[in-house]
Design a protein around this ligand. Structure first.
Ligand SMILES: [Zn+2]
Length: 172
């Protein structure tokens, strides 16, 4: 992937996020029926069974719950962040994100990486003749996982790990 092959539409961005395991590809309603995904002004799953007719928004129950920026902006932001192009000014001018939103999203990304690193077995870093620089901010313990995802609630580790493996793909 490079910057010119990033998704161009909500449809493409949603498919991309589904393929990377960030968004679900299927969903069943409370009564166990397969739901259909519709992508329009609203992006939601709907049960077409007459007795149900229930619907649920795409972002419910996954890492994007609580977020409001378009899916295409999510993908573009994560790509840019992975390449260290996520200054407030850049995000505002190129991605249409306001100051608070880009700062929040940078925090989510950092939290994903911290989650990934802390989930791995501890091992020694550095070696003879090597200088090791530590970013102390990575070791700050938050009182909660409030920064981990847009909703500010706890996320499950599996989703977090999948997010990181996707980040690596995006950055490669
Ligand atoms: Zn149903």
């Amino acid at each position: 992937m490079n910057i010119f092959s990033l998704p161009q539409s909500e449809q493409e961005a949603i498919k991309f996020l589904q393929d990377k395991g960030i968004l679900p590809k299927r969903r069943v309603c409370a009564n166990g029926h397969q739901m259909n995904l519709s992508i329009g002004q609203r992006v939601q799953w709907s049960c077409m069974k007459k007795e149900c007719r229930s619907s649920v928004k795409m972002r419910v129950g996954n890492w994007l719950e609580g977020s409001r920026i378009p899916f295409v902006t999510v993908v573009r932001f994560i790509y840019c962040w992975a390449w260290e192009m996520s200054s407030v000014k850049f995000c505002e001018r190129k991605l249409g994100m306001d100051d608070n939103t880009s700062i929040d999203w940078s925090n989510y990304m950092r939290c994903v990486c911290v989650g990934y690193l802390t989930s791995k077995p501890k091992r020694m870093i550095g070696g003879p003749g090597m200088d090791v620089e530590i970013d102390e901010s990575l070791f700050t313990k938050h009182k909660s996982h409030a920064f981990c995802r847009p909703s500010g609630s706890l996320e499950d580790c599996a989703v977090r790990r999948r997010s990181v493996s996707w980040l690596r793909l995006a950055a490669s």
